[in-house]
Write a protein of this length. Structure first.
Length: 66
């Protein structure tokens, strides 16, 4: 059984890495940005698709080795 301190440390580092990567891929071409007056709507459709593909590939590879 994994120790909780190691689990929380690993999750913390993972969230930091995800946050740093998100700054670079957070505004890809194709993401929807609508500004009207003082209202802004942002929907990262291309970023969401890219993240979905990457996570699917990672989970596929992990599943193959189990």
């Amino acid at each position: 059984m994994m120790d909780f301190s190691k689990l929380f440390l690993t999750l913390g580092v993972l969230f930091i890495v995800i946050g740093l990567v998100w700054r670079f891929i957070g505004k890809l071409p194709g993401d929807i940005l609508v500004k009207k007056g003082n209202v802004t709507f942002y929907f990262p459709i291309v970023t969401s698709i890219l993240i979905s593909i990457v996570l699917s590939l990672i989970l596929y590879v992990i599943g193959r080795f189990k």
